[in-house]
Design a protein around this ligand. Structure first.
Ligand code: ADP
Ligand code: 5GP
Length: 203
């Protein structure tokens, strides 16, 4: 059976990854979401096992030791990691799986899974990025400044990805990602069996 695609969406904090991926998942019910593990505290409304697996630092480090993560990173003082087991299971069943992770994590996935589909989400401008982070109301001035400072270096990392999508409006960004997924599903190298079926018919 054909393996499912490993789709990685990342970009600077505040670009709108969470918002865009949530909408993408709503519109694409066949797409599975990889629930990450983290040591950060749950935010209001977040549910363990749905938004994240919330772990203690000790538990997270034990799982690093056991090789449970495809990748992990320390993002703004907390661990975040992608559990490996579910991804292997889903892909083996031919299901596509979506990872929404930071740029350090994405670089590590590029090394381990070069067949992944790497999509970089860009803000329309740094000014807009700042107002989105402010609008979310989740950061202190210090943490906002840190995120904006990092954003410039993170945007450079975007050059290593396969696709770049500007998140001007959520609708447009989701449309672009859906078009990328559709095009990837039509790749000749991933669809050899379509030719074989027709060749068998000729025999
Ligand atoms: P990230 O997951 O990249 O850190 P979020 O999804 O939390 O970013 O989005 C940051 C803020 O920007 C949120 O308040 C969200 O509602 C807002 N936002 C996301 N996408 C857009 C958009 N296209 N236009 C305007 N605001 C947006
Ligand atoms: P938040 O705390 O706002 O949910 O996420 C903070 C950052 O961590 C975001 O950039 C998000 O994409 C990233 N992140 C979430 N899960 C993972 C993960 O499993 N691995 C990595 N490397 N980053 C993650």
């Amino acid at each position: 059976m054909k393996q499912g695609m490993l789709i990685v969406v990342s970009g600077p904090s505040g670009t709108g990854k969470g918002t865009v991926c949530t909408e993408l998942l709503k519109e694409t019910p066949e797409l599975a979401y990889s629930i990450s593990a983290t040591t950060r505290q749950p935010r209001e409304g977040e549910v363990d096992g749905k938004n994240y697996y919330f772990l203690t630092k000790e538990e997270f480090e034990r799982r690093i030791g056991e090789g449970d993560f495809l990748e992990y990173a320390n993002v703004y003082g907390n661990y975040y990691g992608t559990p490996l087991g579910k991804i292997q299971e889903r892909r083996a069943k031919g299901e596509d799986i979506l990872l929404e992770i930071d740029t350090q994590g994405a670089l590590n996935v590029m090394k381990r899974c070069p067949d992944g589909l790497f999509i970089f989400l860009l803000p329309p401008s740094i000014h807009e990025l700042e107002s989105r982070i402010r609008g979310r109301g989740s950061e202190t001035e210090e943490s906002l400044a840190r995120r904006l400072g990092n954003a410039k270096a993170e945007i450079e990392i975007g050059r290593k990805y396969k696709y770049v999508v500007v998140n001007d409006t959520v609708d447009q960004a989701v449309k672009r990602i859906k078009s990328i997924l559709m095009a990837e599903h039509c790749r000749v190298d991933l669809n050899q069996e379509m030719f074989e079926v027709l060749e068998d018919e000729k025999k």
